[in-house]
Design a protein. Structure first.
Length: 238
């Protein structure tokens, strides 16, 4: 074997080991740009800064379908399945034995601590909130201080077409890591079920990244957005 081949083989082995090691316990990595995180398995929400990346984000947003917001008739959280149930199919982390919320805390948190005897239940961690920029030292006895936000809210999805989806698609939408971000609880509560025309993260520098993530989710699930929301999304990536 040549020296060149040996180096290539070693590099490949390092990559494989890295992937295996990250499968159960994701590393506390630097926040990722949504443009390089289409599966949603990388942590956080890094700002989109360069003109080229903003242009790519606008191209993505331009592909969104537009329709008027429908009625809220029949909406109930249980229409998307049990809260944080590990029963979805076809999305990362599904059926791994851990609640979706814990999967997301482990993905985005630092200094993760689990309940003794558990490899799933996160009881303490540190998080840099992508929406406000604040650093949160979280413990489970203050559970609501960190909430896992649906980037495209479940109620928004319902009003834009989800009642016509099969239950399996709604369950995937509610538990897809692409559509989920652990954030400061008060920011999540202020957002409620709003689209980008009504609510954007207080931290301005992540707004283009946020609307890009919103667009990625909507495109993945073939979900239209309102005309006002699409306009607001494009404006954030000018």
């Amino acid at each position: 074997m040549s020296t060149k081949d040996a180096v290539a083989l070693l590099a490949g082995a390092v990559i494989v080991v890295s992937l295996i090691g990250s499968a159960k316990t994701p590393p506390a990595a630097t926040a990722a740009s949504p443009l390089g995180n289409s599966a949603g398995t990388l942590p956080g929400l890094a700002p989109i800064i360069s003109d080229a990346d903003k242009s790519a984000a606008r191209d993505l947003i331009q592909g969104l379908r537009v329709k008027g917001r429908g009625p809220n008739t029949g909406y109930d959280r249980l229409e998307y399945g049990e809260n944080w149930a590990d029963t979805a199919r076809g999305v990362p982390y599904a059926r791994n034995g851990c609640r979706t919320r814990d999967d997301l805390l482990a993905r985005d948190g630092r200094d993760i601590r689990y309940r003794p005897g558990s490899t799933c239940e996160v009881v303490a961690m540190e998080l840099t909130d992508p929406y406000t920029g604040r650093i949160i030292h979280w413990r489970i006895d203050r559970a609501d201080e960190i909430q896992v936000d649906h980037v495209v809210p479940l109620n928004y999805g319902w009003r834009m077409g989800a009642p016509r989806w099969p239950m399996s698609k709604r369950l995937a939408f509610a538990n897809d890591p692409l559509n989920l971000l652990p954030v400061y609880g008060r920011a999540n509560e202020q957002k409620d079920a709003s689209g980008p025309a009504s609510w954007l993260p207080p931290q301005r520098r992540v707004r283009c990244a946020y609307v890009t993530r919103f667009a990625q989710v909507a495109l993945k699930y073939d979900l239209p957005v309102t005309r006002a929301d699409k306009r607001a999304m494009l404006d954030q990536c000018r």
